[in-house]
Design a protein around this ligand. Structure first.
Ligand SMILES: Nc1ncnc2c1ncn2[C@@H]1O[C@H](COP(=O)(O)OP(=O)(O)OP(=O)(O)O)[C@@H](O)[C@H]1O
Ligand SMILES: [Mg+2]
Length: 316
């Protein structure tokens, strides 16, 4: 059974304009998405800037009011604040942010930063609390003298570890990780991803892993959704997406992953050019006349893609 189910989620922001500041239109930041996050697994959410990824993440942790749709956790719709409270949802679901410098309070010491979520949900003595914080620092591979330091005294990779320690502090079931490694260089990315995986196995945590880069999520996610313009263009298992992409937008994201093996580079460049050509010639076919992503169609039991109806364009 899924840990959390997202049903027809929509988040629309009003656009106000004119002298009366009336609502004249809406940004359809998220416009009808459905997916499940399984227990102990990582679900990937991938798409370009502005596609609506963070908005979904924030709605799941309860930071963003939804326009319509449901987020079902333990049988209850947690888009309603009273259900979040009844389930202690804010303890079970935590978030890690992309920009660790602005998400960690610069005036607080690491000890207080990590202890804060614990204080919200548990009454521990000062000694117990310090022991727990030290334990958490140890889990993310940080020395215990980090306790007394401030966020600016650490590197980006170390701060991301501290962010993870804070997210793990309440023994959550789900962590929404919004671009957790995008600001880090490649070798540090790998380290952070590795210990996120290790923690997942140890504590059976689920992740919603948000990224704009299909290269980064490849080894993290068993299932994933590719997002564009507030809608899902394709969902499937890792194999479905990486070996058999159906939507031109997915193909393009895949072609953008750099090829590291020198011998394969020429073939990769040729492939990328072919995809670009297909994209310029055929892009319109993959979106309706208003530029909207089509509804998802079944490709297989695990795989769906937003392809036009066969009637108006044939096999995609
Ligand atoms: N509070 C808000 N009011 C109005 N529009 C908003 C608000 N928050 C987000 N948006 C708009 O909603 C859309 C989706 O934003 P979102 O932050 O979810 O994108 P994203 O996929 O996370 O992008 P990025 O990769 O840059 O973080 C964007 O067009 C954005 O401008
Ligand atoms: Mg974002």
């Amino acid at each position: 059974m899924a840990l959390i189910e997202i049903r027809n989620l929509k988040i629309h922001y009003p656009i106000r304009s004119g002298f009366w500041n009336r609502v004249t239109d809406h940004v359809l930041a998220v416009d009808g998405v459905n997916f499940d996050i399984e227990e102990g697994e990582t679900y990937g959410l991938i798409g370009e800037s502005g596609s609506g990824k963070s908005t979904i993440g924030k709605a799941i942790v309860g930071l963003e009011p939804v326009t319509s749709g449901q987020i079902i956790y333990k049988g209850k719709d947690i888009t309603k604040a009273k259900n979040r409270k009844a389930l202690q949802y804010n303890k079970d679901v935590q978030m890690i942010f992309q920009d660790s410098l602005s998400s960690l309070n610069p005036r607080k010491r690491i000890e207080d930063i990590i202890a804060e979520p614990i204080r919200n949900f548990q009454r521990l003595s000062a000694t117990e609390e310090r022991k727990r914080v030290q334990e958490l620092l140890d889990i993310v591979g940080m020395p215990s003298d980090a306790l007394y330091k401030y966020p600016h005294e650490f590197s980006g990779g170390q701060r991301q570890r501290i962010g993870v320690a804070r997210a793990v502090a309440t023994n959550p079931k789900l962590i929404v990780a919004d671009e957790p490694v995008s600001a880090l260089d490649l070798s540090v990315q790998a380290q952070v991803l590795n210990f996120m995986k290790r923690i997942q196995e140890q504590y059976n945590i689920s992740y919603l892993f948000i990224s704009h880069d299909l290269g980064v999520v490849k080894h993290m996610c068993r299932a994933m959704a590719i997002m564009h313009r507030g809608r899902f263009v394709e969902i499937g298992t890792r194999e479905d997406i990486y070996t058999d992409p159906k939507h031109i937008y997915t193909k393009r994201l895949l072609a953008a992953i750099p090829e590291v093996k020198p011998g394969d580079r020429d073939a990769h460049v040729a492939h990328r050019k072919a995809i670009e050509k297909e994209f310029t010639e055929e892009e319109n076919r993959y979106y309706d006349k208003n530029g909207r992503v089509y509804d998802l169609q079944r490709v297989s039991d695990t795989h769906q893609a937003a392809l036009p109806e066969l009637a108006d364009g044939g096999e995609a």
